[in-house]
Ligand binder design. Structure first.
Ligand code: HEC
Ligand code: HEC
Length: 462
């Protein structure tokens, strides 16, 4: 197959992914003897646009053998379950998930009592926010709200963290959730208010999941910690240690319950998965995609170079890249350091994998211990999953692409000439010179990644 002008870096990236032979999505292709798993190899046997037959007089297949090998090896269905989260002992506890779902839909712990997670993560939008480029809670956030479907899988190919946020400043879903209430733009609330809310409104459910809750009110019913207090305030610092611990213990469990719910937001069996299953079963072709979508898949794995970063069962390498997204658009801040700033916040986060509230049995092995802040690239952002991507416009961390076609045109140009930190742009971003038909094909293919709808009981307040 043709994999044009693959850079050394992409080769390295693909080669390291090839080492993941234990991945279930890779094993199918590996079982097939005589097949070469490396899509980076330019065998020059056939060009894009050609089809091969499966033997004398057999049905013509759309993809040639190398393309089939690439599709089977580098993409594939999601594993049966998100990988375990050792930092959250309640990650797969159904009662914790139910409590988490209540909290996800509950606006009462925000500063004005009106903002819930759903305000910016609308179930009908793939749990993203299609209303504006940047979401609004108490104020306008500086980044676009991503869809949350399949977020618990991360790259779904290897052990390690499931980085959260565009800049990966949280290393688990529960640590991510704890950043929301105190964010000035999102909820402008406090950990003290969240803990007191759980004490007042959810005490029974909380205790049946996490065990006894500390007293958060005195004999007269007054809060032991004023609900306006949070770290950074002298009043918070002046509290006795045990009061701060009481609040933060409940607060950490708030995050763990929300994360247990988020792990259920799984959408699989897209039409692409059906095609993959057909090819994996040895069928020469599949009726699950139209010819236009199949042509788009061909661009995705070939000339478009999309596979260099969007690979594996969740269509993401889970890493950070600068793809020259301009810091432009309404209310978009002029500067965004991305991963370079995110990694510093991650290391400083007391709720990270290595922190006191993490349930990880071997905290010394936490990935946060091994991140190299100096190595983080400015303007790099997390490669998002492309599963169900059609459901959660607008796109990119700035939300300044309204449609998938806008996204494809950005890649076709090789990234914006005027993106911030231009010098740090990823090598894979080069002008592609796709024709109008290929742009339409690739856009159509992205829509074939829509998964099945979630059960309705997960998309409403319980
Ligand atoms: C005011 C809008 C707003 C509210 C309210 C909000 N979010 Fe978000 N959410 C965002 C934005 C914007 C981002 C991306 C921010 C960033 O990366 O810096 C985000 C990111 C996330 C992510 C990371 C997803 C990923 O793939 O990295 C998760 C998970 C998430 N939010 C869950 C929640 C939960 C749980 C709540 C409620 C406790 C919540 N959000 C409330 C706007 C919001
Ligand atoms: C160098 C790695 C890399 C390559 C190559 C790449 N992407 Fe991306 N992709 C990313 C990153 C990183 C982001 C998020 C960037 C940001 O917001 O700053 C992204 C974002 C996207 C989004 C928006 C998703 C969302 O939820 O906002 C789509 C769609 C997308 N890519 C599709 C593609 C397609 C199609 C190709 C091939 C033409 C491609 N990507 C090639 C890394 C890459």
């Amino acid at each position: 197959m043709r994999y044009p002008s693959t850079t050394r870096r992409a080769l390295l990236r693909l080669a390291s992914a090839a080492a993941l032979t234990s991945s279930p999505w890779l094993s199918v292709a590996c079982e097939d003897p005589g097949e070469d798993n490396s899509p980076a190899q330019d065998t020059g046997t056939s060009g894009a646009g050609e089809s091969s037959s499966t033997g004398d007089g057999g049905p013509r297949s759309f993809f040639d053998d190398d393309e089939v090998t690439t599709i089977l090896a580098w993409l594939g269905p999601l594993p049966d379950a998100p990988r375990p989260d050792p930092t959250n002992a309640w990650a797969d506890d159904p009662a914790a998930a139910l409590l988490g779902q209540r909290l996800f839909f509950d606006p009462r712990y925000s500063a004005n009592g009106e903002v819930s997670c759903v305000t910016c993560h609308e179930p009908a939008d793939g749990f993203g926010d299609s209303r504006a480029n940047l979401s609004t809670g108490i104020a306008i956030t500086g980044r676009s709200s991503p869809g949350l479907l399949n977020g618990a899988f991360g790259s779904a190919t290897e052990d390690g963290p499931v980085w959260q946020f565009w800049d990966g400043r949280a290393d688990s879903q529960w640590a991510q959730a704890l950043a929301v209430p105190e964010s000035a733009a999102s909820m402008a609330s406090t950990r003290s208010k969240v803990a007191l809310h759980l004490y007042d409104e959810y005490r029974d459910e909380y205790e049946s999941v996490f065990g006894a809750m500390p007293e958060l009110r005195d004999g007269a019913g007054l809060p032991l910690v004023d609900p306006t207090y949070k770290p950074g305030m002298p009043e918070w610092d002046a509290l006795p240690q045990e009061s701060r611990d009481a609040v933060e213990g409940v607060y950490a469990n708030f995050g763990k319950a929300v994360a247990a719910y988020e792990r259920l937001l799984v959408s699989r069996n897209s039409r692409f998965d059906q095609l993959w299953n057909d090819l994996a079963a040895g069928a020469p072709d599949s009726p699950s995609l139209t010819d236009e979508e199949k042509a788009g898949l061909r661009v995705f794995i070939g000339e478009g170079r999309c596979l260099g970063c969007h690979n594996g069962p969740n269509f993401t390498d889970g890493e950070f890249h600068n793809i020259a997204i301009p810091q432009s658009g309404e209310n978009v801040p002029e500067m965004d350091q991305g991963r370079a700033a995110g990694v510093m916040k991650l290391v400083a986060d007391k709720f990270n994998c290595a922190g006191a509230y993490s349930d990880h049995p071997e905290k010394e092995s936490c990935p946060v211990n091994f991140v190299v802040p100096e190595g983080a690239e400015v303007g790099a952002f997390k490669t998002p999953s492309l599963r169900s991507v059609g459901q959660s416009p607008p796109y990119m961390h700035t939300g300044n692409f309204a449609t998938l076609e806008d996204v494809v045109r950005h890649y076709d140009l090789g990234g914006a000439a005027y993106g911030s930190f231009e010098g740090a742009k990823d090598e894979l971003l080069r002008p592609l010179s796709l024709g109008a038909q290929q742009i339409a094909d690739l856009t159509a293919f992205l829509r074939a990644l829509d998964g099945e709808p979630l059960p309705v009981e997960l998309t409403e307040a319980p």
